[in-house]
Design a protein around this ligand. Sequence first.
Ligand code: PEP
Ligand code: MG
Length: 755
Amino acid sequence: MPTTFGGPRVLLRRLREVMAQPTLPQDKLDRIVILIASNMVAEVCSIYVQRDDKALELFATEGLKREAVHLTTMKAGEGLVGLIAREAEALALSDAQSHPSFSYKPETGEEIYRSFLGVPILRAGATLGVLVVQNTATRTYTDEEMEALQTVSMVLAELIAQGGMQSLAANGASSGPSRPMHEKGVSLADGVGLGHVVLHEPRVVIKNLIAESPEAEVKRLEEAISALRKTIDELIERGDVSHGGEHKEVLETFRMFAHDQGWLRRMREAVLSGLTAEAAVERVQSDTRARMLRQTDPYLRERLHDLEDLANRLLHILVGADLTIARDQLPENAIIVARNMGPAALLDYDRARLRGLVLEEGGPSSHVAIVARALGIPAVSEIQNITALVEQGDAMIVDGSTGEVQIRPPADVENVYKEKARLRARRQEQYRKLRDVAAVTRDGQDIDIKLNAGLLVDLPHLEETGAAGIGLFRTELQFMVAARMPTTAEQQHLYLAALEAVGDKPVTFRTLDIGGDKILPYMRRVEEENPALGWRAIRIGLDRPGLLRSQVRALLRAGEKRHLKIMFPMIATVDEFIRARAIVQRELAHLDRHDRARPASLALGVMVEVPSLLFEIDEIAREADFLSVGSNDLMQFLFAADRENRFVSDRFDPLSAGALRALKCIADAGRKAHCPVTVCGEMGGRPIEALALIALGFRSFSMTPSSVGPIKAMALKLDAGAAREHMDRLLADVSGVASLRPALKAFAAEHDVPL
Ligand code: PEP
Ligand code: MG
């Protein structure tokens, strides 16, 4: 059986020499395939590079017919080469032609080679190409040979990533990681941002891939692993969940992996095949990442992510780099790119320099998304592998309105977005001019527009938008962005800041709405099959009143001698409201006992967001001081469609007859009982939906700051009476109509109402 000639270390040294020579990329590749073939005693060595269109083009070969270079291409998934690229896994076959994926390309003259060893050329988990060796004889490649070829492929990945390959591809098809790319994900926060990539966890740039002395590298690796274990142990011991917002659970997983023999063995083997310690870590990390990207089981995916994070820490220890970018190094026009991120980490960046945020994970209701919206930073998530697709400083555009990201955009694309940003800015300017204009419809109906808020960073929006107050203060946000439970004093401080910021305008504080998707990292989680329908919000407040009581106490203290409004989330029955009110009354009595002043006035309200309340709507309207429609949850529960699940969250239209009739009964009940009703869900912030709500009889809205301008502009042009008549007519005959949206849009167009 043939064995490798000189071993992988000799090969790596030779490769380094070739790479250091000032020759053209094609010459380098041609020499590399000869070196590999002779070192591995293979008759064939070929390099396929993946192009933009995912096709794999033969870029260099020793052994196959030379004319096939830049001619032979395998479509994505085609042949053995396509299979390796797709699966990102090595493949060794003693009889390649009997494999079901084998695809014969006559121009290569490949038919005489029986055995085949192919490995993906991976960089940070992304497939850049495939490296293949072949022999005429039927033979079994050893694990060492596979390991050696994978090590070589890592060095090749660097060569491909360095660029210069683009011009080599046939027919001008581009290849290599520095090409422009366009990805689509999920929008987290609206807006258009142009800027340059700042990797939240800067990738360690490994300058030295090939070891001088493998023994010394093994020692460096061992020392770094010990240091890594020590830092994790310390973090766990300190119980420090604040550092980077790590959960204890994640740290425990880290600890487990840091002792995982399989992982350690693979890194050691990579070092022994001739890589430096850091290159070995990266090589194993790249495999992990490739596996992770193909993993569909969310639990296993998460664990692979953890393992990848751990490898990242190890790399930072090895090269002595910082894990996160220093605040003062943040360039102007920064677009932060991260796998995921905690809200506190985003708040740590200088807002004035941020132009966008792009994440691999995190839904629109994730904590970081909430903060991005509060800061007014365009943000997009669910862009797979983005941290591997970009380099520090790459040009990037984030379009938060469509969820699109342009990576290294060509000039024409950039111009389109610049124009879009300019248009947006112009529109914002027009909205700013409306700041002091009262929102009154053409037929004289006052429309009350307030803001949704929850963090200190939200408060300046009040001044900017000229809103009539804060209609929904989500108190849980303070809890969600904190690393530990905020004390009563800290809560009181925030509530006071909100009350002072509004001056004599009202603020409606909503008590803690945690549980469901709103998870506090420091609170023990109850495992629930169905968290949205589970133990959350007021249910926790009533069952474990300690937390609610301390919050109410903080609210009452902040509201001393002021006008205070408190409302309760997820109320499902009138009885729940009565019990919640009793807790407030106890706290008022507590104030009296301690001779502390009460609020000048206190109104207690209810979020209408659980459908059962619609069938007690007259009673709750009589009982509560005010109602607030949480359309986000109300729609989720009405249609039984998870608002967090993108497969169903847009399935039903809130402008369909069923939803509109449900909403109408709330508006009607409020009017009948003289109980003020506000709409504080996202619906009220979308012009066409707000038009529908006005037509149903709602006059008060609370919304995100960026919606204030568009809603005011719409209301100023609307004849509310005419809209009401139109709505009544539409609702009178809805059989077979999926949604009233088209009819309402037509009404708006006909009456010149801007949407
Ligand atoms: C709602 O459900 O509509 C609402 C305003 O509350 P949240 O989005 O915080 O659940
Ligand atoms: Mg809600």
